[in-house]
Design a protein around this ligand. Sequence first.
Ligand SMILES: CC(C)(COP(=O)(O)OP(=O)(O)OC[C@H]1O[C@@H](n2cnc3c(N)ncnc32)[C@H](O)[C@@H]1OP(=O)(O)O)[C@@H](O)C(=O)NCCC(=O)NCCS
Length: 298
Amino acid sequence: MFGSMTFCQEYDCLWVEQVFYLSSSITESLNTDTIRLAGHSDLDAIVAVAIAALPADPVNPYRYPRWQEFPEDYAKFTRIRYAGWLAEPNNVVMVCEVPGSDLGNTPDAQERETAGLGTVEKGDRRIVGFSIWELPPSQRVAAQDERADRDPSSVTTENALGRLSPALNSSIQAKGVQAPSKERPDANPARVAKYTEEFLKAKHRFFEEPFGDKNLYLSILACHPAYHRRGIGKQLVRWGLEKARREGLDLTVFGSPMGSLLYRNVGFREVGKFRVQVDGEEEYLDTLAMVLENKDIA
Ligand SMILES: CC(C)(COP(=O)(O)OP(=O)(O)OC[C@H]1O[C@@H](n2cnc3c(N)ncnc32)[C@H](O)[C@@H]1OP(=O)(O)O)[C@@H](O)C(=O)NCCC(=O)NCCS
């Protein structure tokens, strides 16, 4: 059985439209979903979820306003960006998998497969959500060693080199965050550059300065639209909450309109916002800064 509904969301200057696809097989499988550490072999599945989910976060259509006109470029650069996230040794990438899911029967999944964007299958399980966490400075090298022990496939030339070179780490991280490129026909380079500038300032002001070594920052959270409102995003965030509780860390995130609803639900509070507006443009983007201090974790 298949059904759909349309959901519109106002976010200051932007309207974002999201189509949800619901399938009867989803509810049957969700009791056994699992959260696990991602390896490099999960790249295609993560990219497929990102392509389906992230256009609903206004920061993406703001920076890449022509993503629908240039879907292949959007997919290509999204893949490069996520390869960077996965290779970055200071990141922990977690995925949520469900068994026997039905993503392939949804129109957007079929469209992606027709466009050669790949399938998200992995054995009999399918990745439907992911989170990317940037470790607190005090844990970075240790986390890399630990990840290598647990999952040898996560060790790539880039992160092996990154262990030796902080400069390379920063460069990979910067690429992952901004990816500004005149070669990208889907992007608005002025907005990408302005966003990166304001983002880095806000990250320092709201998160890095106040929380320092204890700052566990959630870079990205996404759940495939076919699986929204089934607790997947919350489980991925709970992984970070548990880690923060155990290790005395504070949690920080820039919340999209959809993400903020979830973050408030688990106890985050707003501490400010930052605005991005390119000179001469009326359009602007406001983004909420949210924190959940260790003492407030329920
Ligand atoms: C944000 C996102 C990851 C949430 O994933 P999800 O799996 O649907 O979220 P959950 O089912 O775990 O929701 C947990 C709680 O958050 C709140 N919530 C999440 N999405 C909501 C929505 N669309 N409307 C209202 N409340 C919402 C609810 O309180 C919900 O609990 P409930 O369903 O028991 O009422 C998903 O909507 C998404 O991928 N959005 C597009 C990308 C994005 O904006 N990412 C966040 C970047 S900061």
